[in-house]
Design a protein around this ligand. Structure first.
Ligand SMILES: [Fe+2]
Length: 180
């Protein structure tokens, strides 16, 4: 009967052993799984600061709801940033943690200046849709690279953004007969 060492040796050169080696401390910074994770760490940092800005700058009749809503979103996002960043460390690379690097990597928009709260909420919704698309793609890429751990993380975290996007989308609906 072959020893474990022999069986591993026999599998060298196969797709499986290449994938297993790929997701180790030797993992390349250019590996598509690493790139996808690092981008979502950067996006998470930007969304966290955006949500805090929205939390602080809201006003008007919906102040209490929006103030509390965006603080809850900020807390949700901060937890996801840590999980994504630790996954990057786990597979052998460094998450972005310097502001210049975060802004370089992020694909979501940093919060702008607004005349209306609706513009602010529309921006939050657009950003959520960007992250949802990229996380779904990230899960697909991780699956192609035989990395079920990262598939699981993306699949779990995308649901946080999908819930946020649902709430934002429904806040933006008009003709409710109450406020508009
Ligand atoms: Fe606060």
């Amino acid at each position: 009967m072959a020893t474990v060492k022999t069986r591993i040796h026999e599998r060298e050169g196969s797709d499986l052993s290449r994938d297993m080696r790929e997701l180790t401390a030797d993992n390349s910074p250019r590996n598509p799984v690493v790139t996808a994770l690092r981008r979502q760490v950067a996006n998470g940092f930007v969304l966290y600061t955006n949500d805090k800005l929205y939390h602080w700058q809201t006003y008007g009749p919906l102040f209490r709801d929006l103030h509390k809503l965006f603080d809850e979103f900020a807390r949700d996002i901060l937890a996801t940033v840590d999980e994504l960043a630790e996954r990057v460390r786990m597979i052998g690379q460094d998450p972005p943690a310097q502001l210049s690097e975060i802004l370089d990597l992020a694909t979501v928009a940093s919060a702008g200046n607004y005349d209306r709260l609706r513009d602010m909420i529309e921006e939050a919704d657009r950003n959520a849709l960007i992250v949802i698309g990229e996380m779904r793609e990230g899960a697909r890429i991780a699956d192609e690279h035989s990395d079920p751990g990262t598939v699981d993380i993306f699949s779990k975290i995308v649901q946080v953004h999908e819930r946020h996007e649902w709430w934002l989308r429904d806040i933006l609906r008009r003709d409710d007969g109450l406020c508009s």
